[in-house]
Design a protein around this ligand. Structure first.
Ligand code: UD1
Ligand code: MG
Length: 453
Protein backbone atom coordinates (compact mmCIF):
# COMPACT_ATOMS: atom_id res chain seq x y z
CA UNK A 1 0.00 0.00 0.00
CA UNK A 2 1.15 3.48 -0.81
CA UNK A 3 0.59 6.95 0.59
CA UNK A 4 -1.87 7.70 -2.12
CA UNK A 5 -4.43 10.52 -1.84
CA UNK A 6 -7.99 9.43 -2.50
CA UNK A 7 -10.70 11.99 -3.18
CA UNK A 8 -14.28 10.76 -3.12
CA UNK A 9 -16.80 13.09 -4.75
CA UNK A 10 -20.13 12.93 -2.97
CA UNK A 11 -21.61 16.41 -3.00
CA UNK A 12 -24.11 15.83 -5.77
CA UNK A 13 -27.76 16.29 -5.11
CA UNK A 14 -29.26 12.93 -6.00
CA UNK A 15 -32.53 14.56 -6.95
CA UNK A 16 -33.80 11.52 -8.82
CA UNK A 17 -33.71 9.38 -5.65
CA UNK A 18 -36.74 11.36 -4.36
CA UNK A 19 -35.45 10.98 -0.82
CA UNK A 20 -34.53 13.17 2.13
CA UNK A 21 -31.46 11.03 2.71
CA UNK A 22 -28.24 11.98 0.90
CA UNK A 23 -27.84 9.72 -2.13
CA UNK A 24 -24.56 8.16 -1.00
CA UNK A 25 -26.16 6.92 2.24
CA UNK A 26 -28.64 4.69 0.42
CA UNK A 27 -27.56 1.09 0.82
CA UNK A 28 -26.39 -1.53 -1.63
CA UNK A 29 -25.89 -5.05 -0.28
CA UNK A 30 -26.48 -3.69 3.22
CA UNK A 31 -23.84 -0.96 3.16
CA UNK A 32 -24.22 2.73 2.24
CA UNK A 33 -22.95 3.41 -1.30
CA UNK A 34 -20.12 5.57 -0.02
CA UNK A 35 -19.09 2.91 2.48
CA UNK A 36 -18.34 0.55 -0.39
CA UNK A 37 -16.03 3.19 -1.85
CA UNK A 38 -14.41 3.94 1.53
CA UNK A 39 -13.81 0.22 2.15
CA UNK A 40 -12.14 -0.11 -1.25
CA UNK A 41 -10.11 3.05 -0.61
CA UNK A 42 -8.92 1.62 2.71
CA UNK A 43 -7.48 -1.37 0.84
CA UNK A 44 -5.46 0.93 -1.42
CA UNK A 45 -3.95 3.63 0.74
CA UNK A 46 -2.57 4.39 4.13
CA UNK A 47 -2.51 8.04 3.04
CA UNK A 48 -5.24 10.61 2.93
CA UNK A 49 -8.85 9.94 2.01
CA UNK A 50 -10.90 13.05 1.50
CA UNK A 51 -14.68 12.99 1.03
CA UNK A 52 -16.27 16.03 -0.61
CA UNK A 53 -19.85 16.25 0.59
CA UNK A 54 -22.63 18.80 0.20
CA UNK A 55 -26.29 17.93 0.01
CA UNK A 56 -27.67 16.36 3.18
CA UNK A 57 -25.48 18.43 5.47
CA UNK A 58 -23.62 16.62 8.21
CA UNK A 59 -25.40 13.29 7.69
CA UNK A 60 -22.60 11.93 5.49
CA UNK A 61 -19.63 12.75 7.80
CA UNK A 62 -21.67 11.57 10.78
CA UNK A 63 -22.57 8.24 9.22
CA UNK A 64 -19.01 7.63 8.03
CA UNK A 65 -17.16 9.03 11.08
CA UNK A 66 -15.43 5.74 11.87
CA UNK A 67 -13.42 5.90 8.64
CA UNK A 68 -11.10 8.67 9.78
CA UNK A 69 -11.39 10.34 6.39
CA UNK A 70 -11.22 14.10 5.95
CA UNK A 71 -14.64 15.53 5.14
CA UNK A 72 -14.83 18.72 3.12
CA UNK A 73 -18.02 20.64 2.52
CA UNK A 74 -18.60 21.86 -1.03
CA UNK A 75 -21.29 24.52 -0.95
CA UNK A 76 -22.44 25.52 -3.51
CA UNK A 77 -21.64 22.72 -5.94
CA UNK A 78 -19.97 24.30 -8.93
CA UNK A 79 -18.85 21.14 -10.70
CA UNK A 80 -16.48 18.19 -10.37
CA UNK A 81 -13.39 20.39 -10.87
CA UNK A 82 -14.55 22.75 -8.13
CA UNK A 83 -15.20 19.74 -5.85
CA UNK A 84 -11.61 18.48 -6.25
CA UNK A 85 -10.32 22.02 -5.69
CA UNK A 86 -12.03 21.99 -2.30
CA UNK A 87 -10.12 18.81 -1.41
CA UNK A 88 -6.69 20.07 -2.53
CA UNK A 89 -5.56 21.69 0.76
CA UNK A 90 -5.98 18.27 2.43
CA UNK A 91 -3.79 16.34 -0.01
CA UNK A 92 -0.09 15.42 -0.05
CA UNK A 93 1.55 17.12 -3.05
CA UNK A 94 4.31 14.59 -3.56
CA UNK A 95 2.14 11.61 -4.45
CA UNK A 96 -0.71 10.55 -6.72
CA UNK A 97 -4.36 11.38 -6.29
CA UNK A 98 -7.12 8.97 -7.19
CA UNK A 99 -10.55 10.51 -7.79
CA UNK A 100 -13.52 8.24 -7.05
CA UNK A 101 -17.27 8.88 -6.96
CA UNK A 102 -19.35 8.22 -3.84
CA UNK A 103 -22.25 7.07 -6.01
CA UNK A 104 -20.19 4.53 -8.00
CA UNK A 105 -20.02 1.87 -5.30
CA UNK A 106 -18.70 -1.25 -6.99
CA UNK A 107 -15.36 -0.08 -8.35
CA UNK A 108 -12.92 -2.90 -7.64
CA UNK A 109 -9.49 -2.73 -6.12
CA UNK A 110 -7.88 -4.68 -9.03
CA UNK A 111 -9.04 -2.10 -11.56
CA UNK A 112 -7.76 0.81 -9.48
CA UNK A 113 -4.43 -0.94 -8.91
CA UNK A 114 -4.12 -1.40 -12.66
CA UNK A 115 -4.56 2.38 -13.06
CA UNK A 116 -1.91 3.13 -10.45
CA UNK A 117 0.61 0.51 -11.52
CA UNK A 118 2.33 2.54 -14.20
CA UNK A 119 2.70 5.79 -12.23
CA UNK A 120 1.58 7.81 -15.23
CA UNK A 121 0.99 11.53 -14.77
CA UNK A 122 -2.67 11.16 -15.78
CA UNK A 123 -4.66 7.95 -16.20
CA UNK A 124 -8.35 7.88 -17.03
CA UNK A 125 -10.69 4.97 -16.46
CA UNK A 126 -12.77 4.70 -19.63
CA UNK A 127 -15.32 2.27 -21.00
CA UNK A 128 -16.99 1.62 -24.34
CA UNK A 129 -20.78 1.80 -24.22
CA UNK A 130 -23.29 0.92 -26.92
CA UNK A 131 -25.37 3.84 -25.61
CA UNK A 132 -22.99 6.59 -24.44
CA UNK A 133 -25.74 9.18 -23.82
CA UNK A 134 -25.11 11.45 -20.83
CA UNK A 135 -21.41 10.73 -20.46
CA UNK A 136 -18.33 12.77 -21.30
CA UNK A 137 -16.77 11.41 -24.51
CA UNK A 138 -13.10 10.50 -24.89
CA UNK A 139 -11.80 12.33 -27.96
CA UNK A 140 -8.70 10.80 -29.59
CA UNK A 141 -6.54 11.88 -32.52
CA UNK A 142 -5.92 9.75 -35.60
CA UNK A 143 -2.98 8.07 -33.85
CA UNK A 144 -5.31 7.06 -31.01
CA UNK A 145 -3.91 9.48 -28.42
CA UNK A 146 -6.40 11.10 -26.06
CA UNK A 147 -6.86 14.81 -26.86
CA UNK A 148 -9.61 15.84 -24.47
CA UNK A 149 -12.89 14.90 -22.82
CA UNK A 150 -15.95 16.65 -24.08
CA UNK A 151 -19.16 16.68 -22.04
CA UNK A 152 -22.31 15.59 -23.83
CA UNK A 153 -23.88 19.03 -23.54
CA UNK A 154 -20.82 20.66 -25.13
CA UNK A 155 -20.25 17.98 -27.79
CA UNK A 156 -20.71 18.24 -31.54
CA UNK A 157 -22.90 15.66 -33.28
CA UNK A 158 -19.75 13.90 -34.46
CA UNK A 159 -18.31 13.77 -30.92
CA UNK A 160 -21.58 12.44 -29.57
CA UNK A 161 -21.15 9.40 -31.82
CA UNK A 162 -18.01 8.43 -29.84
CA UNK A 163 -18.69 5.38 -27.72
CA UNK A 164 -15.68 5.53 -25.45
CA UNK A 165 -16.78 7.46 -22.38
CA UNK A 166 -15.30 8.93 -19.23
CA UNK A 167 -16.23 6.98 -16.12
CA UNK A 168 -15.08 9.96 -14.03
CA UNK A 169 -12.51 7.92 -12.14
CA UNK A 170 -8.95 9.06 -12.69
CA UNK A 171 -5.44 8.93 -11.22
CA UNK A 172 -3.23 11.99 -11.46
CA UNK A 173 0.02 13.38 -10.13
CA UNK A 174 -1.04 15.78 -7.38
CA UNK A 175 1.43 18.52 -8.32
CA UNK A 176 0.13 18.65 -11.86
CA UNK A 177 -3.47 18.45 -10.62
CA UNK A 178 -2.98 21.57 -8.43
CA UNK A 179 -1.55 23.45 -11.33
CA UNK A 180 -4.31 22.45 -13.77
CA UNK A 181 -7.17 23.06 -11.34
CA UNK A 182 -5.98 26.61 -10.73
CA UNK A 183 -6.55 27.31 -14.44
CA UNK A 184 -10.08 25.87 -14.73
CA UNK A 185 -12.75 28.10 -16.30
CA UNK A 186 -16.49 27.54 -16.28
CA UNK A 187 -17.23 28.74 -19.79
CA UNK A 188 -19.24 25.77 -20.96
CA UNK A 189 -22.83 24.68 -21.53
CA UNK A 190 -23.42 23.99 -17.81
CA UNK A 191 -21.45 26.92 -16.37
CA UNK A 192 -19.52 24.42 -14.22
CA UNK A 193 -15.86 23.86 -13.40
CA UNK A 194 -15.26 20.56 -15.15
CA UNK A 195 -12.59 18.26 -13.73
CA UNK A 196 -12.45 16.73 -17.19
CA UNK A 197 -10.89 19.92 -18.61
CA UNK A 198 -7.56 18.94 -17.05
CA UNK A 199 -7.22 16.38 -19.84
CA UNK A 200 -6.98 19.03 -22.54
CA UNK A 201 -4.50 20.98 -20.35
CA UNK A 202 -2.30 17.91 -19.94
CA UNK A 203 -2.22 17.34 -23.69
CA UNK A 204 -1.39 21.01 -24.32
CA UNK A 205 1.63 20.60 -22.01
CA UNK A 206 2.75 17.45 -23.82
CA UNK A 207 1.76 15.18 -20.93
CA UNK A 208 0.55 11.84 -22.30
CA UNK A 209 -2.88 10.75 -21.10
CA UNK A 210 -3.26 7.03 -20.40
CA UNK A 211 -6.44 5.04 -20.28
CA UNK A 212 -7.39 1.84 -18.48
CA UNK A 213 -10.62 -0.17 -18.74
CA UNK A 214 -12.40 -1.84 -15.81
CA UNK A 215 -12.65 -5.63 -15.78
CA UNK A 216 -16.47 -5.41 -15.54
CA UNK A 217 -18.96 -2.79 -16.72
CA UNK A 218 -20.80 -2.80 -13.37
CA UNK A 219 -17.72 -1.48 -11.59
CA UNK A 220 -18.31 1.97 -13.06
CA UNK A 221 -22.11 2.02 -12.90
CA UNK A 222 -23.38 5.05 -11.00
CA UNK A 223 -26.54 5.26 -8.94
CA UNK A 224 -28.86 8.15 -9.74
CA UNK A 225 -32.29 6.64 -9.08
CA UNK A 226 -33.97 3.91 -7.08
CA UNK A 227 -34.32 1.93 -10.30
CA UNK A 228 -30.56 2.06 -10.90
CA UNK A 229 -29.93 1.18 -7.26
CA UNK A 230 -32.18 -1.89 -7.50
CA UNK A 231 -30.57 -2.91 -10.78
CA UNK A 232 -27.06 -2.63 -9.36
CA UNK A 233 -28.11 -4.56 -6.26
CA UNK A 234 -29.24 -7.46 -8.48
CA UNK A 235 -26.02 -7.33 -10.50
CA UNK A 236 -23.94 -7.44 -7.34
CA UNK A 237 -25.98 -10.25 -5.80
CA UNK A 238 -25.64 -12.23 -9.03
CA UNK A 239 -21.90 -11.63 -8.94
CA UNK A 240 -21.60 -12.85 -5.34
CA UNK A 241 -23.80 -15.89 -5.99
CA UNK A 242 -21.59 -16.74 -8.94
CA UNK A 243 -18.50 -16.52 -6.71
CA UNK A 244 -20.12 -18.92 -4.22
CA UNK A 245 -20.93 -21.38 -7.01
CA UNK A 246 -17.36 -21.12 -8.29
CA UNK A 247 -16.15 -22.03 -4.79
CA UNK A 248 -18.33 -25.15 -4.75
CA UNK A 249 -21.34 -23.97 -2.75
CA UNK A 250 -24.65 -25.49 -3.87
CA UNK A 251 -27.32 -22.81 -4.35
CA UNK A 252 -30.86 -23.99 -5.06
CA UNK A 253 -31.28 -20.79 -7.09
CA UNK A 254 -28.47 -18.25 -7.54
CA UNK A 255 -31.11 -15.60 -8.22
CA UNK A 256 -32.69 -16.12 -4.79
CA UNK A 257 -29.93 -15.45 -2.27
CA UNK A 258 -28.86 -12.11 -0.80
CA UNK A 259 -25.46 -11.59 0.74
CA UNK A 260 -25.17 -8.27 2.57
CA UNK A 261 -21.65 -8.60 3.88
CA UNK A 262 -19.17 -11.43 3.75
CA UNK A 263 -20.22 -15.08 3.54
CA UNK A 264 -17.46 -17.67 3.90
CA UNK A 265 -18.40 -21.29 3.19
CA UNK A 266 -16.60 -24.59 3.70
CA UNK A 267 -16.93 -27.57 1.34
CA UNK A 268 -20.29 -29.11 0.44
CA UNK A 269 -22.42 -26.31 1.81
CA UNK A 270 -25.99 -26.23 0.50
CA UNK A 271 -28.22 -23.16 0.60
CA UNK A 272 -31.89 -23.28 -0.30
CA UNK A 273 -33.86 -20.38 -1.76
CA UNK A 274 -34.66 -17.04 -0.17
CA UNK A 275 -31.86 -16.86 2.42
CA UNK A 276 -30.33 -13.57 3.55
CA UNK A 277 -26.82 -13.36 5.00
CA UNK A 278 -25.76 -10.15 6.76
CA UNK A 279 -22.40 -9.01 8.13
CA UNK A 280 -19.78 -11.71 8.65
CA UNK A 281 -21.19 -15.20 8.36
CA UNK A 282 -19.19 -18.39 8.14
CA UNK A 283 -20.63 -21.82 7.39
CA UNK A 284 -18.56 -24.93 8.10
CA UNK A 285 -18.20 -27.97 5.85
CA UNK A 286 -21.43 -29.74 5.04
CA UNK A 287 -23.72 -27.07 6.50
CA UNK A 288 -27.21 -27.05 5.03
CA UNK A 289 -29.35 -23.93 5.21
CA UNK A 290 -33.07 -24.43 4.59
CA UNK A 291 -35.28 -21.99 2.72
CA UNK A 292 -35.88 -18.44 3.94
CA UNK A 293 -33.36 -18.32 6.77
CA UNK A 294 -31.89 -14.98 7.87
CA UNK A 295 -28.39 -15.22 9.33
CA UNK A 296 -26.39 -12.27 10.66
CA UNK A 297 -22.84 -12.14 12.05
CA UNK A 298 -22.83 -15.82 12.92
CA UNK A 299 -20.48 -18.77 12.77
CA UNK A 300 -21.97 -22.20 12.11
CA UNK A 301 -19.95 -25.40 12.61
CA UNK A 302 -19.64 -28.38 10.27
CA UNK A 303 -22.66 -30.48 9.30
CA UNK A 304 -25.18 -28.35 11.13
CA UNK A 305 -28.62 -28.27 9.56
CA UNK A 306 -30.64 -25.11 9.71
CA UNK A 307 -34.23 -25.87 8.86
CA UNK A 308 -36.39 -23.32 7.01
CA UNK A 309 -37.46 -19.94 8.33
CA UNK A 310 -34.89 -19.70 11.09
CA UNK A 311 -33.58 -16.32 12.22
CA UNK A 312 -30.06 -16.23 13.65
CA UNK A 313 -28.30 -13.08 14.87
CA UNK A 314 -24.79 -12.92 16.43
CA UNK A 315 -24.58 -16.52 17.49
CA UNK A 316 -21.91 -19.18 17.54
CA UNK A 317 -23.26 -22.62 16.62
CA UNK A 318 -21.23 -25.83 16.91
CA UNK A 319 -21.00 -28.90 14.70
CA UNK A 320 -23.87 -31.23 13.83
CA UNK A 321 -26.58 -29.09 15.42
CA UNK A 322 -30.15 -29.09 14.22
CA UNK A 323 -31.91 -25.74 14.31
CA UNK A 324 -35.48 -24.85 13.39
CA UNK A 325 -37.73 -24.72 11.50
CA UNK A 326 -38.82 -21.33 12.86
CA UNK A 327 -36.07 -21.02 15.47
CA UNK A 328 -34.92 -17.64 16.68
CA UNK A 329 -31.38 -17.41 18.05
CA UNK A 330 -30.51 -13.97 19.38
CA UNK A 331 -27.26 -12.13 20.15
CA UNK A 332 -24.79 -13.52 22.63
CA UNK A 333 -25.87 -17.14 22.30
CA UNK A 334 -23.48 -20.04 21.98
CA UNK A 335 -24.58 -23.54 21.04
CA UNK A 336 -22.04 -26.34 21.38
CA UNK A 337 -21.98 -29.48 19.22
CA UNK A 338 -25.06 -31.59 18.50
CA UNK A 339 -27.54 -29.21 20.11
CA UNK A 340 -31.13 -29.33 18.87
CA UNK A 341 -33.26 -26.19 18.92
CA UNK A 342 -36.66 -26.78 17.39
CA UNK A 343 -39.67 -24.84 16.21
CA UNK A 344 -40.73 -21.62 17.92
CA UNK A 345 -37.84 -21.72 20.35
CA UNK A 346 -36.13 -18.43 21.18
CA UNK A 347 -32.64 -18.41 22.68
CA UNK A 348 -31.07 -15.16 23.87
CA UNK A 349 -27.69 -14.52 25.49
CA UNK A 350 -27.46 -18.14 26.56
CA UNK A 351 -24.97 -20.95 26.32
CA UNK A 352 -26.19 -24.47 25.58
CA UNK A 353 -23.65 -27.26 26.01
CA UNK A 354 -23.30 -30.32 23.81
CA UNK A 355 -26.13 -32.77 23.14
CA UNK A 356 -28.84 -30.71 24.78
CA UNK A 357 -32.28 -30.27 23.25
CA UNK A 358 -35.04 -27.67 23.34
CA UNK A 359 -37.30 -28.86 20.60
CA UNK A 360 -40.56 -26.99 20.97
CA UNK A 361 -42.03 -23.62 21.93
CA UNK A 362 -39.60 -22.35 24.56
CA UNK A 363 -37.81 -19.20 25.69
CA UNK A 364 -34.28 -19.58 26.97
CA UNK A 365 -32.87 -16.20 27.98
CA UNK A 366 -29.77 -15.28 30.02
CA UNK A 367 -29.20 -18.95 30.77
CA UNK A 368 -26.40 -21.49 30.99
CA UNK A 369 -27.56 -24.93 30.01
CA UNK A 370 -25.33 -27.96 30.59
CA UNK A 371 -24.82 -31.07 28.47
CA UNK A 372 -27.46 -33.71 27.71
CA UNK A 373 -30.22 -31.49 29.08
CA UNK A 374 -33.75 -31.97 27.81
CA UNK A 375 -35.92 -28.87 27.91
CA UNK A 376 -39.58 -29.80 27.49
CA UNK A 377 -42.10 -28.04 25.30
CA UNK A 378 -43.27 -24.67 26.56
CA UNK A 379 -40.45 -24.08 29.05
CA UNK A 380 -39.85 -20.44 29.88
CA UNK A 381 -36.92 -18.92 31.73
CA UNK A 382 -38.48 -15.88 33.43
CA UNK A 383 -35.34 -13.75 33.23
CA UNK A 384 -36.83 -10.29 33.70
CA UNK A 385 -38.46 -8.97 36.86
CA UNK A 386 -39.53 -5.71 35.27
CA UNK A 387 -36.32 -3.95 36.25
CA UNK A 388 -33.38 -6.34 35.97
CA UNK A 389 -32.35 -9.46 34.08
CA UNK A 390 -31.36 -12.59 36.02
CA UNK A 391 -29.59 -15.81 35.03
CA UNK A 392 -30.85 -19.35 35.03
CA UNK A 393 -28.29 -22.09 35.44
CA UNK A 394 -29.24 -25.59 34.39
CA UNK A 395 -26.57 -28.23 35.05
CA UNK A 396 -25.73 -31.36 33.03
CA UNK A 397 -28.28 -34.17 32.57
CA UNK A 398 -31.26 -32.16 33.77
CA UNK A 399 -34.75 -32.96 32.50
CA UNK A 400 -37.22 -30.08 32.50
CA UNK A 401 -40.83 -31.21 32.12
CA UNK A 402 -43.10 -29.41 29.68
CA UNK A 403 -44.79 -26.12 30.46
CA UNK A 404 -42.37 -25.15 33.20
CA UNK A 405 -41.51 -21.62 34.28
CA UNK A 406 -38.08 -21.14 35.81
CA UNK A 407 -38.16 -17.83 37.68
CA UNK A 408 -34.58 -16.50 37.68
CA UNK A 409 -32.22 -16.20 39.39
CA UNK A 410 -32.06 -19.91 40.03
CA UNK A 411 -30.02 -23.02 39.57
CA UNK A 412 -31.17 -26.52 38.69
CA UNK A 413 -28.67 -29.07 40.02
CA UNK A 414 -27.01 -31.81 38.01
CA UNK A 415 -29.32 -34.65 37.04
CA UNK A 416 -32.39 -32.96 38.54
CA UNK A 417 -35.85 -33.55 37.11
CA UNK A 418 -38.49 -30.81 37.09
CA UNK A 419 -42.08 -32.04 36.92
CA UNK A 420 -44.21 -30.79 34.04
CA UNK A 421 -46.32 -27.72 34.67
CA UNK A 422 -44.15 -26.38 37.49
CA UNK A 423 -43.39 -22.82 38.43
CA UNK A 424 -39.94 -23.07 40.00
CA UNK A 425 -38.89 -20.07 42.07
CA UNK A 426 -35.85 -21.33 43.98
CA UNK A 427 -32.94 -23.69 43.36
CA UNK A 428 -33.77 -27.31 42.58
CA UNK A 429 -31.34 -29.81 44.16
CA UNK A 430 -29.29 -32.21 42.05
CA UNK A 431 -30.54 -35.70 41.33
CA UNK A 432 -34.04 -35.09 42.77
CA UNK A 433 -37.50 -34.59 41.32
CA UNK A 434 -38.78 -31.09 42.04
CA UNK A 435 -42.23 -29.91 41.08
CA UNK A 436 -44.79 -27.29 42.07
CA UNK A 437 -48.21 -28.29 41.03
CA UNK A 438 -51.67 -28.32 42.63
CA UNK A 439 -52.60 -31.88 43.56
CA UNK A 440 -54.86 -33.59 41.05
CA UNK A 441 -58.38 -34.30 42.32
CA UNK A 442 -61.29 -36.18 40.83
CA UNK A 443 -64.86 -35.25 41.80
CA UNK A 444 -66.73 -38.49 41.34
CA UNK A 445 -70.32 -38.19 40.17
CA UNK A 446 -69.89 -34.65 38.90
CA UNK A 447 -72.17 -33.81 35.96
CA UNK A 448 -71.54 -31.36 33.14
CA UNK A 449 -74.19 -28.63 32.96
CA UNK A 450 -76.70 -29.25 30.19
CA UNK A 451 -78.53 -26.68 28.05
CA UNK A 452 -81.71 -25.26 29.57
CA UNK A 453 -84.91 -26.34 27.77
C1 UD1 B 1 -19.29 13.48 -14.87
C2 UD1 B 1 -18.15 13.75 -15.87
C3 UD1 B 1 -18.40 12.98 -17.15
C4 UD1 B 1 -18.54 11.51 -16.87
C5 UD1 B 1 -19.62 11.26 -15.82
C6 UD1 B 1 -19.59 9.83 -15.38
C7 UD1 B 1 -17.36 16.01 -15.42
C8 UD1 B 1 -17.42 17.42 -15.83
N1 UD1 B 1 -18.09 15.16 -16.12
O1 UD1 B 1 -20.45 13.99 -15.45
O2 UD1 B 1 -17.34 13.19 -18.06
O3 UD1 B 1 -18.86 10.82 -18.05
O4 UD1 B 1 -19.40 12.07 -14.65
O5 UD1 B 1 -20.68 9.59 -14.55
O6 UD1 B 1 -16.66 15.67 -14.49
N2 UD1 B 1 -20.05 16.14 -7.74
C9 UD1 B 1 -19.64 16.89 -6.66
N3 UD1 B 1 -19.68 18.25 -6.72
C10 UD1 B 1 -20.11 18.91 -7.83
C11 UD1 B 1 -20.54 18.13 -8.94
C12 UD1 B 1 -20.50 16.76 -8.85
O7 UD1 B 1 -19.23 16.34 -5.63
O8 UD1 B 1 -20.12 20.13 -7.82
C13 UD1 B 1 -19.99 14.69 -7.65
C14 UD1 B 1 -21.34 14.02 -7.75
O9 UD1 B 1 -21.88 13.79 -6.45
C15 UD1 B 1 -21.04 12.72 -8.44
C16 UD1 B 1 -19.84 13.03 -9.31
O10 UD1 B 1 -19.26 14.21 -8.77
O11 UD1 B 1 -20.64 11.71 -7.53
C17 UD1 B 1 -20.21 13.27 -10.75
O12 UD1 B 1 -21.14 14.29 -10.82
P1 UD1 B 1 -22.29 14.31 -11.90
O13 UD1 B 1 -23.09 15.54 -11.72
O14 UD1 B 1 -22.98 13.03 -11.92
O15 UD1 B 1 -21.41 14.48 -13.22
P2 UD1 B 1 -21.86 14.26 -14.70
O16 UD1 B 1 -22.40 15.51 -15.20
O17 UD1 B 1 -22.67 13.05 -14.79
MG1 MG C 1 -23.58 11.63 -13.34
Amino acid sequence: MTKLNIVILAAGRGQRMHSNKPKVLHTLAGRPLIQHVLDTAAQLTTGITCVVYGHGGEAVPQAMAKYGADFVLQEPQLGTGHAVQRALPHLNDDTFTLVLYGDVPLIQRDTLEKMLLEHQALTLLTIHLSNPAGYGRIVRDSAGNVICIVEEKDATAEQRAIREVNTGILAVSTNLLCNWLSKLRNENAQGEYYLTDIVGMAVAQGVAVHTVQPAHGWEVAGVNSKAQLAELERIWQHEQAHQLLMNGVTLADPARIDVRGKLVCGRDVEIDVGCIFEGDVSLGDGVRVGAYCIIKNTRIGANTYLEPYSHIDQVSIGDSCRIGPYARLRPGSKLHNEVHVGNFVEVKNSEIAANSKANHLSYIGDSSVGSRVNIGAGTITCNYDGANKHRTIIHDDVFIGSNTQLVAPLEVGRGATIGAGSTITSDAPEGELTLSRAKQVTLTGWRRPSKKE
